[in-house]
Design a protein around this ligand. Structure first.
Ligand SMILES: [Zn+2]
Ligand SMILES: [Zn+2]
Length: 303
């Protein structure tokens, strides 16, 4: 059996007819037997597809034939196409759902007015030269930041990407407007937009990390400015960039019941609750410990 591969990619580029691109991409994936999820908007494309290696390679060649996608970077990821049982190719108003499609302009070079791209080494250089003045600003939701983040990062109080605009405009972060702000997210796509939105709102010196946390973590493992685990949106739930038992590994996630270190989000045992919470192995093994704190107080269980 052929090796199965997962491909991650995005590109911000003007697309005049997103529906035509969507139909072309859907047909292309179907003909190659690829599964996964692709979003197209008038601002570009963002996709995760999986399939057998020769098909994936053919997909890259065909997709790069579209002029706007010629320079798109494709990243191979661990995992297999079995993680994506279906194919979904859709047109959306925004590639990243900040809820402000009219606020973003895109040209052939990408998002207009975005933050300066830094390679992982340049992130460390910035911190070396500017010291504590530098602020890391988490571009992800609170749940993702709950198990890993950059050292001393500002973690906005957001449940979804949609909450960012209100949070930024609340005034809470106005004291950061004159400091060097480094935005970061999993693979970089959210920060392409977030960094531009911050600059539009008066943040004067904004940076973003090339390839996001993934590339930074691959470069520095446990020896850089990243601490803890990376939340990932597949069955693995989280990943580490070095040995999690190594003395350099900083455990960020804490069990909601006993504060024991853990990286594991679990579904609350109440089927109606749908909350995912950090619960350590020990607590998860008890009936009371298998609920979120809210549900635990309402169910009668033998402790
Ligand atoms: Zn616990
Ligand atoms: Zn619950």
């Amino acid at each position: 059996m052929a090796i199965s591969k997962i491909l991650l990619y995005y590109r911000f580029t003007p697309i005049t007819d997103p529906t035509a691109v969507m139909l072309w991409q859907r047909t292309l994936c179907e003909s190659l037997g690829l599964t996964g999820r692709i979003l197209i908007s008038r601002h570009g494309i963002n996709g995760t597809v999986g399939g057998e290696l020769p098909s994936v390679k053919r997909y890259i060649r065909a997709t790069r034939a579209y002029p706007g996608f010629r320079d798109m970077e494709f990243k191979f990821s661990e995992g297999s196409a079995a993680d994506f049982p279906r194919l979904s190719v859709k047109v959306r108003e925004e590639l990243v759902a900040f809820g402000v499609p009219g606020d973003i302009d895109v040209d052939d070079d990408g998002v207009v007015g975005g933050g300066v791209h830094l390679k992982p080494e340049e992130v460390n250089e910035l911190v070396d030269t500017r010291g504590d003045e530098v602020v890391f600003f988490d571009g992800r939701n609170a749940m993702e930041a709950g198990i890993g983040r950059f050292r001393d990062a500002v973690v906005p109080d957001v449940e979804t990407t949609h909450d960012f605009i209100d949070e930024i405009e609340s005034g809470k972060y106005d004291d950061l407007k004159d400091r060097p702000v480094v935005t970061y997210c999993t693979g970089g796509v959210r920060c392409e937009v977030l960094s531009a939105l911050l600059r539009k709102r008066g943040f004067r010196e904004v940076y973003q990390i090339d390839g996001g946390i993934v590339r930074y973590g691959e470069t520095y493992g446990n020896d850089g400015l990243w601490e803890g685990s990376l939340y990932v949106f597949d069955r693995r739930m989280h990943m580490e960039f070095g040995d999690a038992t190594d003395h350099n590994f900083v455990q960020i996630g804490r069990c909601i019941h006993c504060t024991e270190g853990t990286n594991t989000y679990r579904n609350c045992a109440n089927g109606q609750c749908r909350r995912q919470v950090l619960i350590c192995d020990g607590c998860a093994g008890t009936e009371a410990g298998s609920y979120c704190t809210g549900c635990r107080s309402t169910v009668s269980v033998d402790a």
